[in-house]
Design a protein around this ligand. Structure first.
Ligand code: M6R
Length: 368
């Protein structure tokens, strides 16, 4: 069942190219337009929504956080991302003009189910982005956009995360198409970029041995920081979560720009810091992240940098570089997260831990 891999998690990391391809499959017509037949919410309602709130927990919330950047850019609709358990127990401003998007691999996360119920009680339409057919969230929502990642067995979510980003991107492009924010050929260009992602993930996977070797050498590490900016920020949060849950190492993700507002005080000699670097073809964003690497390096950090192929600017400040193939900014989370998943899995294995069943955790959290 593990397909020759040491763990389900490793298998699922390697399933990711297929998860993206399957999530894209059959969702365009012969003219290259997106057609999401399953979005059974009246088009007039979808045209009139003035806010999107993504409700989710854990990794699914980070997928929503990535989607916020893309959907706001493409659709010019404000997108909030809220942990489902926080959304439920405050008094959120939601109404019939709000589209609530519930993201969940299992579709059985009680916190997210309660958020869905709460949103519908307030008159909002709820769209579920779930991986499990017929799950509670799928059944209780107004419409479902399934991720086609296939069953995810390991407690740590990997391919579901990648498929959630893909599906929420399809939603964003569909809304842009429907609401006229983007021309059909622009939507087609972005879809073509999504279509190139499986091959790029394969490329990152082909380089996994370098990541594994570094992970094994860091077996005795007790604290790791992760920095990212723009869509690299949720990737940093996800990298930290993977390391916490699998290797039981204190790990924290920060927005790189937040460093000097506090977290940089944590950096001392030898502190490992992962930095997710955007494509150099976005020079302003890129330059800012390079200067963040310099800042932590100057204070003694050991920098592990995730950067695009050919991005030489990182070399002077990186102790280790893991590369990903050239990818447009909004698409980078789909490739840059992969070395972080491999790193966490290998480090956990090196420490002798159960990669698929970390202590204290359940695959789906069915209690509040
Ligand atoms: O099934 P869900 O996507 O609703 O689960 C949400 C979280 O419990 C889940 O992503 C959790 O954070 C994972 N263990 C992360 O790897």
């Amino acid at each position: 069942v593990k397909g020759g891999f040491d763990s389900f998690m490793d298998k699922e990391i390697h399933d990711q190219p297929q998860a993206v391809a399957d999530t894209l499959l059959g969702r365009t017509d012969e003219l290259g337009r997106l057609k999401l037949d399953e979005l059974r919410i009246d088009e007039t309602i979808l045209r009139s929504i003035d806010k999107i709130i993504v409700v989710a927990c854990g990794t699914a919330a980070y997928a929503g956080f990535v989607a916020k950047y893309a959907i706001e850019h493409w659709c010019r609709i404000p997108v909030e991302v809220e942990l489902a358990h926080e959304f439920r127990y405050r008094d959120p401003v939601v109404n019939e003009k709000t589209l609530v998007v519930a993201v969940s691999q299992s579709g059985e996360t009680m916190d997210t189910i309660m958020a869905v119920r709460h949103a519908r009680e307030q008159g909002s339409k709820v769209l579920a982005v779930v991986n499990t057919y017929g799950s509670t969230i799928a059944r209780e929502s107004d419409a479902v956009l399934y991720t086609h990642a296939g069953p995810e067995v390991a407690v740590a979510s990997t391919k579901a995360f990648i498929a959630q980003i893909t599906a929420t991107y399809l939603l964003g492009l569909y809304l842009a198409q429907l609401r006229g924010n983007k021309y059909i050929d622009e939507v087609a260009d972005y879809l073509a970029e999504l279509g190139r992602i499986p091959a790029r993930i394969e490329e990152v996977l082909s380089r996994q041995d370098e990541v594994r070797e570094v992970a094994r050498a860091m077996r005795d590490t007790t604290s790791v920081l992760f920095l990212g900016r723009h869509v690299g920020y949720p990737v940093a949060l996800e990298g930290a979560l993977k390391l916490k849950e699998l290797a039981y190492i204190h790990a924290e993700g920060f927005a790189a720009g937040e460093l000097k507002h506090g977290p940089i005080a944590l950096v001392e000699e030898g502190q490992p810091v992962f930095v997710v670097v955007p494509t150099p073809r976005r020079p302003t964003l890129h330059a800012k992240v390079i200067s963040n690497i310099q800042e932590v390096r100057a204070r003694g950090a050991r920098t592990l940098v995730i950067a695009e192929d050919g991005d030489d600017a990182v070399e002077p400040y990186a102790d280790v570089v893991f590369r990903y193939p050239a990818t447009p900014t909004l698409m980078t989370p789909l490739v840059s997260v992969v070395p972080l998943q491999i790193f966490a899995s290998e480090l956990a294995r090196a420490k002798g831990y159960d990669v698929d069943q970390p202590r204290n955790l359940a695959k789906s959290v069915t209690v509040e």
